[in-house]
Design a protein around this ligand. Structure first.
Ligand code: ADP
Ligand code: TRP
Length: 334
């Protein structure tokens, strides 16, 4: 299937520093897909308000994520990169979708239950998070939404809500998107073997380096098989992470060392550390250069915001007209 004329959209929430789970589960495919179609990628700062309360932190995280994406290879000439808050039409559509959303649909959302179980306060924003996410997607007539496996339900909710609005309008006002989920990297394990997640404090950050990175890698939990004994690579967290970075040949070479014995987990961790440093080395350098040029980052976001608003306004015009919402101002808001 070719995505050439397709609109590809995804968002990333600025709720903390990006880690390997974010990279292999979501960002890597965003970066790959920018070359395949008309890509829109945004920083979901409104979504981050459901879990982060410090404004200072939200501002800092948002700009850091912009830096991270650009350093990792996001090309603003190839895709539209912007802040969610630069497109007010999104919150407008979110309200309209909410009027058609049964409470029971939100009650079925597993992410909400998980977040509450992890200690987040059960606010309405968190409860209706998938409605805002649906608006994010539908406002650009998106065809494809590249996301991690954990976002599948949110995309289903989005399709459901689009269908409901189309039904009451008696027309195909909103386009139903398809999720695009990387299957090979369903879950990147964290230091303790659970899913890598900032809520579990078990992450390795993409832009960590030096001693601090080494400390994290050395903290990966392993079993107590003695150094000289043979080990099963497939049962080891270090090897699971190493596989993400190493090519086939390197993977086989290291797996063989595991099986032979005389190769300790400390050795494996050093191999992993080298691979991480090689993999993200260029991006780290680019990030240091970009960091000195905040005006460039703001210009990229500003330009992306303008393009995104134009597209969003044309979809919103359709929605307002179909739902009977009159406004006396137009265009000048774009
Ligand atoms: P966290 O769990 O650290 O709060 P987020 O929920 O903000 O991470 O993750 C953003 C996206 O990154 C998710 O939608 C998911 O697709 C991807 N992602 C996060 N952690 C992992 C992981 N451990 N394995 C695979 N993908 C992940
Ligand atoms: N919920 C997504 C996540 O946690 C972020 C997000 C917000 C998103 N709006 C979106 C992803 C729209 C795809 C499309 O990763």
């Amino acid at each position: 299937m070719t995505n050439h004329n397709k609109t590809i959209l995804s968002g990333i929430t600025p709720s903390g520093k990006l880690h390997l789970g974010n990279y292999f589960g979501a960002m890597r495919q965003h970066l790959e897909m920018q070359h395949q179609g008309n890509a829109f990628y945004f920083i979901a700062n409104y979504h981050s308000m459901t879990s982060v309360t410090s404004g200072e932190l939200i501002r800092e995280n948002s700009l850091n994520i912009a830096l991270d994406y650009l350093a990792l290879g996001l090309d603003p000439n190839k895709c539209t990169f912007f802040l969610q808050s630069d497109v007010p039409q999104v919150t407008e559509l979110s309200w309209i979708l909410g009027t058609q959303c049964p409470v029971s649909l939100m009650e079925k959302a597993v992410a909400y239950k998980e977040k509450i179980a992890n200690g987040l306060s059960p606010n309405i924003g968190l409860f209706t998070y998938p409605i805002l996410q649906a608006a994010d997607i539908l406002i650009y007539d998106s065809d494809i939404v590249p996301v991690g496996a954990d976002q599948k339900q949110n995309i289903e909710i989005c399709r459901d809500l689009a269908g409901k609005l189309n039904h009451i309008c008696g027309d195909e006002i909103l386009k139903l998107p398809e999720p695009h989920i990387v299957k090979e990297v369903a879950v990147v394990p964290g230091l303790d073997g659970r899913k890598m997640s900032k809520s579990y404090n078990n992450t390795i950050e993409i832009f960590d380096e030096g001693k601090s990175l080494k400390k994290r890698v050395m903290a990966i939990e392993t079993d107590s098989t003695p150094l000289d004994d043979p080990k099963d690579p497939e049962k080891c967290n270090v090897f699971a992470l190493l596989k993400l970075f190493a090519d086939q040949e390197k993977q086989e070479e290291v797996a063989e060392k595991y099986r032979e014995g005389g190769f300790g987990y400390g050795h494996a961790k050093n191999e992993l550390l080298d691979l991480i440093n090689d993999f993200f080395g260029d991006a780290r350098e680019r990030r240091n250069v970009l960091k000195k040029n905040p005006d460039f980052i703001m210009d990229v976001l500003k330009d992306g915001g303008r393009k995104a608003r134009e597209r969003a306004e044309s979809v919103m015009e359709r929605v307002r007209s179909a739902t009977g919402i009159i406004t006396t101002h137009r265009k000048e808001t774009v």
